[in-house]
Design a protein around this ligand. Structure first.
Ligand code: SF4
Length: 478
C-alpha cells in the first residue's frame, strides 16, 4: 500500500469537514471504550485477578521474545518444519508478493481466499496476486465490504469499516449483489455469507495472518469473531500464513496469558468467538486442514527496531485499544493517517516502517494525553515513543526552521527559572493587553492555528508562579 502519510494535515482537515464520517464516528466512539472498561472491571472483580498485573505479565512475555528473537525464530522454524510446514522469510513487501505468487504458481492456484492479515496491506498483496492472474477474495466481513467498495483501505485494525454506517453498507450490498436493499444486520451478514461460501469451496489457496506464532509447537494462532478464519485455514489444499517476525510467543502457556489481555483490550470480550491454533499440515486421519502449509515471516523494517529506542513498539499485539481511546483518532478516523496502521500505534509505526521523512506530521498527531499508554495491554510507552520521533525530526532538521528555533529558545528559557518567570510575566501582560478586557482571545499572531477552531482563554491577572509564591508565603505565615 502506497503511503499517503505526508498529506496527513490535508487529509485530517477533509475528514473533520466530512459530516457523514463525523456522524458515523460519533455513533461508534464509545463502543469499544465502554466495552474495555467493563471487561477490565469484571476481571478485577474476580478473586485474585488484577488487570494491571496482567498487563505487566503481557509486557514481560513480549520483551522476553524480543530479547532473543533469533533464538525463538529458530525454534519456531524447526518445530514448524517438523510438522511438515515450510518456513520462508521476506525482507519487504515486494518479496512477500513474489513468494506468495511463486507458491500460487507451484500449486496451480487460480483463486485465493484471505483472512486477517495487516501485512498483506503493508505488501499490497492483492495487487501482486491479481497481476499474476490469481483472484484474491477477502472473507472477513469488514474486509469483504471494503474490497467490493472499490478496494477501499481499512480505517481500523480490528474493525476495518469503523467509518461506515449500516445504511452505507446496505446500499453497497444491494448495488453489488443485485438484491433488494436490507438494513437488518443479520440479513446482511447472511447475504455476504452466501456469496462467500462459493469462494471457500472453489478456492485453491488460503492466506491468513497470525495474531501469534507459538515457538514451542511451530503453530500460528488466529483470534477472530467470524468463522471465516477457520474456513480459510482448513478448506483449501494450500495455506499461507503471512506475518511479522515479532509475532512470536515462546510457549502455549504464555499465549494463554496474552489471550486474557487481547480480547478484553480490543472489543471488551472475555474471549473471542474463535481462537484457532494451526499446527502442521493435514495428517493421516485428519478430517480437514491444508496439504501444504507455508509460513512467510516478514521483516519489512522490524529487525532494525530490535535493540533500538523503539524496540517496545514491537510488543504490539494489534488490539486497537490505543486508537479507540485516542481523541485524535476519534475525531478524524483511520484514513487520515494515510497508511496501514492508524491511531497512536500507526503514528509510531508508519514513520519507522516508511521513513521518518515520509510521515512528518504523524508524531505530532497526538495531544500526548497518555490515554494510549494507559490502556495498552503490553505497556508500550506510546507518548514517549512519539516524543522520541519528534526529537529525531528536530535532530535531522526535518521540522520547519521557525519551529526548531522556537524549541531552542523554549529550552534555553525553561532551563533558567528567573528568565522563565520574566518571560511568562511579559507574555501574560502582552496577551491581556491584546484581549482588551475580554475573557477570551479569538486570534493569535505567529501561531494562528491555535485559535483557528476555538478561542484561547485570556491569561488571568497573575501568573501561576505568583499565585504559588503567594500561597507558600501565607502558609509559612509571612
Ligand atoms: S500499541 Fe498497544 S494498544 Fe495499540 S494496538 Fe498495539 S498493543 Fe494495542
Amino acid at each position: 500500500m502506497q503511503s499517503q502519510a505526508m498529506f496527513f494535515k490535508a487529509r485530517a482537515a477533509d475528514k473533520l469537514a466530512d459530516r457523514r464520517l463525523q456522524a458515523n464516528l460519533a455513533k461508534a466512539r464509545t463502543k469499544f471504550v465502554d466495552g474495555r472498561a467493563r471487561a477490565v472491571a469484571e476481571y478485577d472483580a474476580e478473586v485474585g485477578a488484577d488487570f494491571e498485573a496482567l498487563r505487566t505479565a503481557g509486557s514481560r512475555i513480549r520483551e522476553r521474545v524480543l530479547e532473543n528473537l533469533d533464538v525463538w525464530l529458530e525454534t519456531f522454524e524447526e518445530r514448524a518444519r517438523s510438522r511438515g510446514a515450510e518456513v520462508l522469510y521476506a525482507r519487504d513487501g515486494a518479496e512477500i508478493g513474489r513468494l506468495v505468487v511463486d507458491i500460487a504458481r507451484r500449486h496451480g492456484v487460480a483463486k485465493a481466499v484471505k483472512s486477517k492479515s495487516m501485512l498483506s496491506e503493508e505488501a499490497g498483496l492483492n495487487e501482486a496476486l491479481a497481476t499474476a492472474g490469481v483472484v484474491p477474495v477477502e472473507t472477513d466481513l469488514g474486509e469483504y465490504i471494503l474490497q467490493i467498495n472499490d478496494n477501499e483501505a481499512p480505517s481500523h485494525i480490528i474493525a476495518p469499516v469503523f467509518h461506515k454506517s449500516k445504511e452505507e453498507v446496505a446500499e453497497l450490498f444491494a448495488r453489488t449483489h443485485g438484491t433488494p436493499r436490507k438494513t437488518d444486520i443479520g440479513e446482511m451478514t447472511r447475504e455476504a455469507r452466501e456469496t462467500l461460501r462459493e469462494h471457500f469451496l472453489s478456492a485453491d489457496m488460503g492466506i491468513s495472518g497470525a495474531n501469534f506464532l507459538i515457538a514451542e509447537t511451530g503453530s500460528a494462532a488466529l483470534v477472530t469473531n467470524e468463522g471465516n478464519g477457520r474456513m480459510v485455514t482448513t478448506l483449501p489444499k494450500v495455506h499461507v500464513v503471512v506475518t511479522g517476525i515479532e509475532k512470536l510467543v515462546p510457549t502455549l502457556e504464555e499465549f494463554s496469558t496474552l489471550m486474557r489481555l487481547l480480547p478484553r483490550s480490543a472489543t471488551g470480550q472475555h474471549i473471542s468467538n474463535y481462537v484457532s491454533v494451526l499446527t502442521g499440515v493435514r495428517g493421516e486421519g485428519d478430517a480437514d486442514g491444508p496439504e501444504h502449509l507455508y509460513f512467510i515471516l516478514v521483516d519489512n523494517g522490524r529487525a532494525d527496531l530490535v535493540g533500538s529506542d523503539f524496540q517496545p513498539m514491537l510488543r504490539c499485539i494489534r488490539c486497537g485499544a490505543c486508537m479507540n481511546h485516542c481523541p485524535v483518532y476519534q475525531s478524524i478516523g483511520g484514513h487520515a493517517y494515510g497508511w496501514v496502521y492508524p491511531g497512536p500505534m500507526g503514528s509510531v509505526l508508519t514513520p519507522l516502517f516508511t521513513g521518518i521523512e515520509n510521515a512528518l506530521d504523524l508524531p505530532q498527531a497526538s495531544t500526548l494525553c497518555n490515554q494510549c499508554g494507559v490502556v495498552c495491554p503490553v505497556k508500550i510507552p506510546l507518548p514517549d515513543l512519539l516524543r522520541k520521533l519528534r526529537e529525531k525530526q528536530v535532530e535531522r532538521k526535518l521540522r520547519p526552521w521557525r519551529e526548531r528555533l522556537g524549541l531552542r529558545l523554549w529550552g534555553w528559557i525553561a532551563a533558567r527559572p528567573a528568565a522563565y518567570r520574566l518571560a511568562a510575566r511579559i507574555a501574560a501582560r502582552w496577551l491581556r493587553r491584546r484581549a482588551g478586557g475580554a475573557e477570551r482571545l479569538s486570534t493569535l499572531p505567529f501561531v494562528p492555528g491555535w485559535t483557528a477552531e476555538r478561542d484561547l482563554p485570556a491569561p488571568p491577572g497573575r501568573t501561576f508562579h505568583d499565585l504559588y509564591a503567594g500561597r507558600a508565603r501565607s502558609r509559612s505565615g509571612e
